[in-house]
Design a protein around this ligand. Structure first.
Ligand SMILES: Nc1ncnc2c1ncn2[C@@H]1O[C@H](COP(=O)(O)OP(=O)(O)O)[C@@H](O)[C@H]1O
Ligand SMILES: [Mg+2]
Length: 307
């Protein structure tokens, strides 16, 4: 890809006898927002730590566009927010940012100027002179994002930036990410599909150290789109027994049967609809609701993650 900021080829990491990352490859396009999505233990944090230069890979390569292969070259061009950031509670937000900016090599005057700019970006200008210990979860996380931006990196990597937040904090951070989109390349990890869908245009799904799926939302929606029939019957033993026979029917590809409801993935919607109506009429099934639709991204995620 000509417009890639970062290439990862066959990247792996072994720690003792375990291999949290088992050979993954993907690319990040300049200006894109990509979600690294996967359940706990998938290897997201290990991957991000390698990309941030905090952990050395056991195999494979990481290449930043124009940046050579040495971590030192590109570390200046990345901002990283760890999953469990630690702040010095006695510092003020402003002090913390100046401190971080100087660590990234900015001069005193530059550090001050950039700190004020990023405080504006994340909406913490008012709170700049307050001690971090008094910040809410959402404010701390926004300060963490400000810190990741202070040295004007081309890429920021955020490890589960909203997972530990209450709904208000989550909303603050999600809105901030939406605003940052397009201004800087973003890679952020999450185990929540919804979060990924809200701000990102692409996703890389990791399961058990491997990439289970990747692509843009449109590509994945298209790929996993499947007609489904949803059915709800009267709460009666006869109806419920009949529901349990549905997975064996020829028009059903896969079925999720609960006590009174069935979700049937089918190949041909019209054919399946007719067959189902015939079955219901022959067996005199008292239904409460029938619905035809298509599977959601949620179904896709469950399929990919479930293996
Ligand atoms: N330093 C370590 N020592 C032992 N096991 C580790 C270490 N780092 C990660 N792991 C294991 O590797 C797997 C992936 O971890 P992690 O990258 O944190 O996943 P995620 O961020 O997706 O939840 C987990 O099973 C975790 O317990
Ligand atoms: Mg993690």
């Amino acid at each position: 890809m000509t417009n890639s900021l970062l290439y990862i080829r066959n990247l792996s990491k072994s720690i003792g006898s375990i291999t949290p990352v088992k050979g993954i490859s993907f690319e990040l396009e300049r200006g894109s927002c990509t979600a690294l999505l996967g359940p706990n233990g998938a290897g997201k944090t290990t991957t991000l730590r390698m990309l941030a230069g905090l952990l050395s890979p056991s195999g494979g390569e990481i290449q930043y566009e124009g940046g050579g292969k040495s971590g030192r070259d590109w570390q200046k061009r990345i901002g990283y927010l760890p999953q469990y950031p630690k702040f010095y509670g006695w510092m003020t937000g402003m002090e913390y940012l100046i401190f971080s900016a100087k660590l990234s090599g900015l001069s005193g005057a530059q550090a001050r100027k950039r700190s004020l700019e990023v405080l504006d970006t994340v909406g913490l200008r008012e709170a700049a002179k307050r001690r971090i210990a008094g910040y809410s979860g959402g404010m701390k996380q926004r300060l963490g994002i400000a810190q990741s931006l202070v040295h004007e990196p081309s890429l920021i990597m955020l490890d589960e930036p909203v997972s530990a937040l209450d709904p208000i904090g989550r909303r603050e951070v999600m809105d901030l990410l939406s605003r940052l989109r397009g201004e800087v390349t973003i890679l952020f990890s999450t185990h929540v599909l919804h979060d990924a869908e809200e701000v990102c245009d692409r996703m890389v799904v990791m399961v058990d150290g491997r990439i289970a799926e990747q692509g843009s939302w449109t590509e994945l929606r298209e790929k996993y789109r499947q007609p489904v029939l949803l059915l709800e019957v009267e709460p009666a033993a006869r109806e419920e027994a009949w529901l349990r026979t549905l997975p064996g029917m020829p028009f059903v590809e896969s079925a999720d049967i609960r006590s009174r409801t069935a979700a049937l993935a089918v190949r041909d919607l019209d054919q399946a609809r007719n067959a189902l109506m015939r079955e219901m009429s022959d067996s005199r099934i008292r239904f409460q609701r029938i619905e035809a639709g298509t599977s959601s991204l949620e179904d896709m995620f469950m399929k990919v993650v479930g293996g």
